[in-house]
Design a binder for this molecule. Structure first.
Ligand code: 3PG
Length: 211
């Protein structure tokens, strides 16, 4: 059974890459997450973009050992935050932040990475008590240059950039002092028939863990 609690520091510090996972069934989720775990991945962001996502979180939690940190991505509202936490997600990630969502997850005491793409949004998130943020969509919002500038003016904030990052660009982000990990879906490519390519997943996950 995967871990039942995590801090944002543990989520960000688990590995240089956080796979952003858009599974199409709970069965696929368990199979692919197990492959990722065997490669050394310890943090899993299962996005709430499919009707099976909550079931996927539940089953992956049961299937993985206790050092796996399983969270939910694409958390857009207080209701989905509660559903995801009740399904067993020990952290949440959102592409953005509303006052309602921020207040709800703070009240829940849930480890949470709100999404920002500007300095003002980061300051609003800080006002709500968040010190670890998702920078999204990273590649079209200023990329590593934005985060370098952010480090000067917001030195206490850690970022997980996500969106448009690949094996070729991840190192540019990870070289920055305010970027402990990057998120991305490139780790689990789908092939022509729509299934996730497990051989490529193994190769990409193993490479990413050595970034
Ligand atoms: C996310 O939800 O964080 C992004 O959709 C992942 O972006 P990517 O698919 O470009 O890695």
């Amino acid at each position: 059974m995967a871990t039942v609690t995590a801090t944002v520091e543990e989520v960000l510090g688990a590995s240089p890459v956080m796979p952003v996972l858009a599974f199409r069934s709970a069965e696929e989720a368990v199979e692919v997450s197990s492959v990722l775990y065997d490669c050394g991945v310890r943090v899993f962001e299962i996005t709430l973009r499919h009707e099976s996502a909550l079931e996927a979180i539940k089953e992956v939690k049961v299937a993985l050992p206790d050092d796996a940190i399983v969270g939910a991505g694409t958390v857009l509202s207080p209701d989905t935050a509660k559903l995801a936490r009740n399904a067993g997600a020990v952290f949440g990630v959102s592409p953005g932040l509303t006052k309602e969502l921020g207040s709800a997850v703070r009240a829940m005491g849930w480890a949470f990475l709100p999404g920002v793409s500007t300095i003002s949004e980061a300051m609003s998130a800080m006002d709500m008590g968040f010190t670890a943020l998702k920078f999204f969509p990273a590649s079209v919002s200023g990329g590593p240059g934005f985060l370098k500038a952010a480090a000067s003016v917001l030195p206490g904030i850690q970022f997980c950039p996500t969106g448009g990052i690949s094996a070729d660009t991840a190192h540019e982000y990870l070289a920055l002092p305010n970027v402990p990990t990057v998120g991305g879906s490139w780790i689990t490519p789908r092939v022509g028939d729509g299934t996730i390519d497990l051989a490529a997943t193994r190769e990409r996950a193993t490479a990413a863990l050595n970034f």
